[in-house]
Every structure is written in structure tokens, then in C-alpha cells.
Design a protein around this ligand. Sequence first.
Ligand SMILES: Nc1ncnc2c1ncn2[C@@H]1O[C@H](COP(=O)(O)OP(=O)(O)OP(=O)(O)O)[C@@H](O)[C@H]1O
Length: 221
Amino acid sequence: MRYQTGGRVILDAVDLTVKSGESVAISGPSGSGKSTLLMCALGLLKPVSGTVHVHGERIDQLPGRRLLKLRRESFGIVFQAGELLPELTPVENVAIAALLSNFSRNEAFTRAEELLAELGVPITSTDTGTLSGGEQQRVAVARALINRPSIILADEPTGALDTAAREAVSDLLFGLPSIWECGLVVVTHDQKVAARAQRRLLLQDGLLIPAAEPSEIGAVS
Ligand SMILES: Nc1ncnc2c1ncn2[C@@H]1O[C@H](COP(=O)(O)OP(=O)(O)OP(=O)(O)O)[C@@H](O)[C@H]1O
């Protein structure tokens, strides 16, 4: 796949396949195109050449409504912070994703409560904005999971967290592929987080290449 904007090539010949049950970490310099790659995977940006498939279905040419439906059903998305509505309760924040996918109100709220309990978020009527950063990321993960996606895309999911919360959210995220039988792609600058993935890739100069193992960093020969 190739993506360019304003005459500048951001992604050049990028090829990535993620299987269910697999975790992949993508690192790379700031501005190298990591978020752009996730946007292309979601069908929010159109590659100038190449294709994007989910479960064998080509999504880069789907019309708007079908793309929106497929995105809601197949993808779970977790960002660094800020995508939750702070004035809603955690249950409401999670249920809203199911309501948008046409679940009944009853089912959406029941599933949201079950998921939050499973992920260790206290179910209270507290506004989401008053939760800790780690708790908010658990809510974001619950929201990403509620439609039982095939693939979870996480963009710097631990970037705003302290060390303890980073560990806890990493445990949660990297446990998802085996428990939920989904694929996981984590974009991260944090090499400790990247090290948890089964496959570690580096996006540089528009190319996605295997990342050096931690023990190789700085090696000379
Ligand atoms: N709509 C746009 N128009 C022009 N350039 C853009 C647009 N969107 C992104 N870019 C450029 O594409 C490049 C890649 O941006 P992107 O956000 O994907 O990088 P990144 O690797 O995720 O960076 P970071 O690690 O800092 O988040 C950047 O140089 C950015 O300025």
C-alpha cells in the first residue's frame, strides 16, 4: 500500500497482515506515518495504490455507509486519551458504541456493565472524567471490545500513563488477542510496551520493517 499527501510520500510499499490471536507493535520516528497507517487501515484515508482487506473484504473502495458499518463491527480503537466523553459514566461511554451498532438499549447497557466488571473498572455513577488515567484506558478498551471486533488498533494507548498504569493497561491489551481471538496492533514509542508484542515492526522512510530486538540495539559488527 502507498499513501501520499501534498506531493509527499508518507507510506511507500507498506505491507502488513495481522492474524487473529496475534499482537503487532509498530514503532518509528515521530512523523513517520504510524497514525496515517492506522487511518488507512480504518478506511479513513485512501491509499493512492494498494488495498486494505478485513476478513477478505476489500474496504478501501467501500461506499461510506458500508464502510462505517464494517468499521464499527470489525474494528476496536483505543487512542492515547481524550476519546471518551468525560461527562458520561463509564457504562454510558461503553454502551454508546453498542447503541451505534444498533444493539437494544437493554443489551448495550448490560454488555457494557459486564465488560467493565470483567476489566476491573468500578461500576459507579461517577463521571468518566474523574477516573484515573489507567481506569479511563480500561474504559476505552471496554468500549473498543463491546462490538466484539476482529482487530483492535491502539495508537499510543499508554502514552499518558504512569509506569504502574502503563503496565496494567499493557497487560490488559496484550492479553486480548488470545482471550477475544482478535488481532491487536499497537502503535507505541515505548519500547517496553512494544516488547510485549509477538511481532515488532519499525516504520521508517515509508517502509515497515522488522524492528531490532532490544538486545540488538546499539550492536556493531
Ligand atoms: N492531512 C495531512 N496533510 C498533510 N500532511 C499530513 C496530513 N496528515 C498527516 N500528515 C503528515 O504525515 C506525516 C505522518 O504523520 P503521522 O501522524 O502519521 O505520523 P506518526 O508517525 O503517527 O507521528 P507521531 O509519532 O508524532 O504521532 C507527518 O509528517 C504529518 O505532518
